[in-house]
Design a protein around this ligand. Structure first.
Ligand code: ASC
Length: 149
C-alpha cells in the first residue's frame, strides 16, 4: 500500500477512538456544552414533571418524545467534565473531580432511571410515568446535593 494510504488508515483509526479525539475547542467550550445539555434536559424533564403533577395535560405522544429526549441527553453531559475544567464553573463542586467514582455512579444511575422513564412513556400508562418521573427527579437531586452549588 502507498505510505500515504497508511497515514490515512491511521488517521481514521484515531478518529474512531473517542479517547484520541479532542472533542472541545477549549475548556470553556466543554463547560458551555455540558451546561447546554443540562439546560435542554431541564426543559424536557420540566415538562414531564408538570405532566406528573397534573400541571400540564397528559399527551402520550409528547410525553414519549420528551422522555426519549431526556434519556438521550442523560448520556451526554459527562464528556464535558474533563479534569481541566475543574475550576471553570462555580456551579460544579470540586468534589466531582475528587470523588470520581461516586460521580460516575450518579451518571450511571441517571441513565438507568431515564431509560426506565422512556420505557414507562412507551407504555403510555400515566401512573407508571409518574413513578418513573419521581425516580429520575430523585437521581437528579442526589447528585445536585453532593456535586452542585
Ligand atoms: C427538575 C430540575 C432539576 C430536578 C430536580 C429534581 O425539574 O430542573 O434540577 O428536577 O429539582 O429534584
Amino acid at each position: 500500500m502507498h505510505p500515504l494510504k497508511w497515514l490515512l488508515v491511521c488517521g481514521v483509526c484515531l478518529g474512531a477512538n473517542p479517547v484520541a479525539w479532542a472533542q472541545f475547542k477549549n475548556d470553556a467550550e466543554a463547560v458551555k456544552y455540558r451546561q447546554g445539555v443540562f439546560t435542554a434536559m431541564k426543559v424536557h424533564f420540566g415538562r414531564l414533571s408538570a405532566v406528573a403533577q397534573g400541571k400540564l395535560t397528559f399527551d402520550a405522544e409528547a410525553t414519549k418524545r420528551d422522555a426519549q429526549i431526556v434519556h438521550l441527553l442523560s448520556s451526554m453531559p459527562w464528556l464535558g467534565f474533563g479534569e481541566s475544567t475543574a475550576t471553570l464553573s462555580d456551579k460544579a463542586k470540586p468534589e466531582i473531580w475528587v470523588d470520581r467514582d461516586k460521580f460516575k455512579q450518579g451518571t450511571v444511575n441517571l441513565e438507568e432511571k431515564t431509560q426506565m422513564l422512556a420505557q414507562a412513556a412507551q407504555s403510555a400508562d400515566l401512573e407508571k410515568i409518574k413513578l418513573a418521573v419521581g425516580a429520575v427527579g430523585k437521581s437528579c437531586k442526589s447528585c445536585h446535593d453532593t456535586f452542585r452549588n
